[in-house]
Design a protein around this ligand. Structure first.
Ligand SMILES: Nc1ncnc2c1ncn2[C@@H]1O[C@H](COP(=O)(O)OP(=O)(O)OP(=O)(O)O)[C@@H](O)[C@H]1O
Ligand SMILES: [Mg+2]
Length: 300
């Protein structure tokens, strides 16, 4: 293994996998390789997959591995560059202006408009939003969560920032990252993100984990859950995923279900305990009705 340290950048996918596991995040080989390459190639990692497959958690785990702050930009419809980049602190600018006027009044001096304006746009009145904060913080992990919810214009803005690792603020000048942040973009694929943005990134599709890994995730996140119960929950959830439900359960729901069963004092999953806790795993009435009608076959 080259350059393997417990604090710096991992020297191989295998080392990254070990360090991710130490945070409680259990990767498969493909994920560890993609995340390793994103780090080493200074490329954003574009993570797509069903809800609850560990996209957001991957960014959180990477931040822990790198011992770097996680800076999160939650995308939504209508998000614009100013919400991602910076704002001016208007109330503080106003206070500053009043103070300048008061001082000038006291000394009967005339204020120079250019000087006043320059002092109003001092970096100390700049409120850094996530993208700017990530460029100013080295090292950092920038999570651009649910980028598919933003619109085309915002994507174009992201593309520019992710290519340049710098932004230009008219009153201040260029702000460039000392070390580019590790950028993790996530998408639930509610719409396709443009190829131009994807081209900049390494792509990772996150699938539901296989049975063994899902049991391991349950055991790692919920150490108090007995192995047998974890196995039953993971197996039942896998079968539910084959039913083409309106909202197939992700790992988040498996975790909630196991936790609910644990809180109900159930040490195994049977028809009664499953029926009592179904709301932890299924979120549509139609799905719950379908599953309830075939619980005995689902729980074999
Ligand atoms: N490989 C994994 N190892 C450990 N925990 C995991 C793993 N995958 C998912 N989880 C856990 O499952 C839960 C859901 O994960 P997360 O929120 O990251 O999913 P997501 O893909 O971002 O979902 P969404 O698309 O709904 O935002 C979290 O509690 C997370 O810690
Ligand atoms: Mg998420």
């Amino acid at each position: 293994m080259t350059g393997s340290t417990t604090s710096g950048r991992p020297g191989s996918p295998a080392e990254l996998a070990v360090r991710l596991r130490a945070t409680g995040y259990l990767p498969d080989d493909g994920l560890a390789t993609a995340a390793f390459l994103a780090l080493r190639m200074d490329r954003p990692l574009f993570c797509e997959g069903e809800p609850g497959t560990g996209k957001t958690a991957l960014a959180q785990a990477m931040a822990q591995v790198l011992d770097a702050p996680l800076i999160r930009l939650q995308c939504h419809e209508g998000i614009d560059a100013s919400q991602a980049l910076y704002d001016w602190d208007f109330p503080r600018q106003l206070l500053h202006l009043r103070a300048l006027e008061a001082a000038a009044g006291a000394s009967a001096e005339k204020l120079d408009a250019d000087v006043v304006e320059a002092s109003l746009y001092d970096p100390r009145f700049l409120i850094a939003r996530p993208v700017l904060k990530a460029l100013q913080t080295s090292p950092s992990v920038l999570l651009v969560d649910e980028v598919d919810r933003a619109d085309d214009e915002f994507e174009a803005f992201l593309l520019e920032v992710l290519t340049e690792h710098a932004v230009s603020i008219p009153e201040v000048g260029e702000i460039r990252a000392k070390t580019p942040p590790l950028v993790v973009l996530t998408s639930n694929r509610t719409r396709d993100v443009h190829d131009a943005l994807k081209r900049r990134c390494l792509y990772l599709w996150l699938d539901h984990p296989d049975l063994t890994r899902e049991i391991a995730i349950l055991r790692s996140r919920l150490p108090g859950v007995p192995e047998r119960l974890a196995g039953q929950v993971a197996a039942a959830v896998r079968r539910m995923r084959e039913l083409e439900l309106l909202k197939p359960p992700g790992v988040a729901e498996s975790l909630d279900w196991a936790r609910a069963l644990q809180l109900l004092g159930a040490d195994e999953l049977d028809v009664a305990s499953a029926a009592a806790s179904l709301g932890a795993v299924l979120k549509y009435r139609e799905d719950a009705d379908r599953v309830r009608a075939q619980l005995d076959t689902l729980l074999i």
